[in-house]
Design a protein around this ligand. Structure first.
Ligand code: PMT
Length: 377
């Protein structure tokens, strides 16, 4: 059931959706970073993190977004760095970042982590946060000093896909030492450029007189029937709206092409590729994860449910039974092998970050991948 690479769709998408302005700069940064770590025979992971936006206007005032704060990606980056990987962190602008995530979106304000020093002339870490802050600061400084963390931002779905393709291609020289960890929440639908208005969509008819045109000639009866049939086919909206159609914003989105097969076979062959599968219905999670694995023929799908994603995930990989990873809690003793019920979750955040279980387990699979590919070379 595996799908094949569709280069026509790829060529069309990337030529009709312009790249982000900073793409060339980001490519140069990634090229230097990768060659430094390839020379040191270090493993490099590309982590994608956070949600992609879908602009509704070229001069974008309005856009569609999703829930992702980038917690999975930012947390995973720290554990990959701890395991000795160099990390390219392709993230949604202003989403959570490794290390600063402990403070930037914390409940309250980052100033709560500070206090005046004894002389009253300077600022130091607050007494009750000092040890934790020092530990995080040391890890952050180590990543900066060793140049093992490169952060690259994106905003829209199109920015994301351009950046992903460019960086994945640059990772080729790493061979099996490269790992792609696709944790971003990627939009499935978008407005293609030929249907995107230049300016802010208007909510009143105050400027209509500026665009007044000659009235269209009445269509021939046959043409009229065809038009009505087409409208019927596409119209799945309320046929008798309380507010007239002219005053409503009807958003009509195209599907975003799926490029995972192109990534696996064309952009990053030989790399170890991990995708994430997000669902909200526990009944379909494993099925959809396995379907994705069979369709794209990559190495691992990490399945997670919106409500329980910080507590458990399931590893679905070829020729292995499904493997559930779950943070320890007395709340689910004896319930192994079945998805957690959101109503059984303890209050608050888990004491253990599930990424501290995910990353070592992926590192082990990556080890096996490297060994088997190097043995064949
Ligand atoms: O950031 P957090 O708040 O911590 O949330 C983390 C997370 C729930 C977002 C993360 O763990 C996760 O599940 N990320 C994947 C979400 C997602 O896009 O799932 P999906 O089922 O829509 O897509 C599955 C795969 O197809 C993904 O690898 C995606 O890269 C790929 N895809 C998706 C859409 C698209 N148009 N093209 C794709 O190739």
């Amino acid at each position: 059931m595996s799908s094949s690479i569709n280069t026509d769709v790829e060529d069309h998408y990337f030529s009709s959706n312009p790249p982000p302005k900073a793409l060339a700069h980001h490519e140069a940064q990634a090229r230097d970073f990768i060659s430094q770590h390839a020379a040191a025979k270090r493993r490099v992971v590309l982590i994608t993190s956070g949600g992609t936006t879908v602009p509704l206007e070229r001069n974008t005032v309005r856009f569609i977004d999703n829930f992702s704060a980038g917690t999975r990606g930012a947390t995973s980056a720290e554990y990959f760095l701890e395991s000795g990987y160099a990390v390219i962190f392709l993230h949604r602008q202003f989403s959570l970042q490794p290390y600063s995530r402990h403070y930037s979106h914390a409940t309250g304000c980052f100033l709560d982590f500070l206090q005046e020093d004894a002389s009253g002339t300077g600022v130091v870490a607050a007494d009750d946060h000092r040890d934790e802050l020092l530990a995080v600061l040391r890890k952050y400084r180590a990543a900066r000093t060793r140049n093992t963390l490169l952060a690259i931002p994106f905003v829209t779905i199109t920015d994301y896909l351009h950046e992903l393709r460019a960086i994945a291609r640059l990772m080729r020289p790493l061979g099996p030492r490269g790992l792609l960890y696709l944790a971003a929440a990627v939009s499935d639908f978008f407005v293609p450029p030929d249907r995107m208005p230049e300016h802010k969509i208007q909510s009143t008819d105050a400027t209509d007189f500026l665009h007044e045109q000659e009235p269209e000639p009445e269509p021939e009866p046959e043409q009229q029937q065809q038009q009505e049939e087409e409208e019927e086919t596409f119209d799945n909206f309320d046929s008798s709206p309380a507010v007239p159609r002219s005053k409503r914003l009807v958003v009509d989105l195209d599907p975003v092409p799926k490029f995972l097969k192109n990534l696996v076979d064309g952009w990053a062959p030989n790399q170890f590729i991990v995708s994430f599968k997000l669902e909200t219905d526990p009944g379909i999670l494993v099925h959809k994860a396995r379907y994705s694995l069979e369709r794209y023929q990559h190495h691992l799908v990490v399945g997670n449910l919106l409500t329980t994603r910080k507590w458990e995930v399931v590893f679905v990989s070829p020729r292995r039974p499904d493997r559930w990873l779950r943070v320890p809690s007395p709340a689910w003793e004896g319930k192994e092998g079945e998805p957690l019920d959101a109503k059984d979750l303890p209050d608050g955040e888990p004491e253990v970050e599930i990424e501290s279980l995910i990353i070592p387990a992926i590192e082990q699979l990556h080890d096996e991948h490297i060994k088997s590919l190097l043995a064949r070379m």
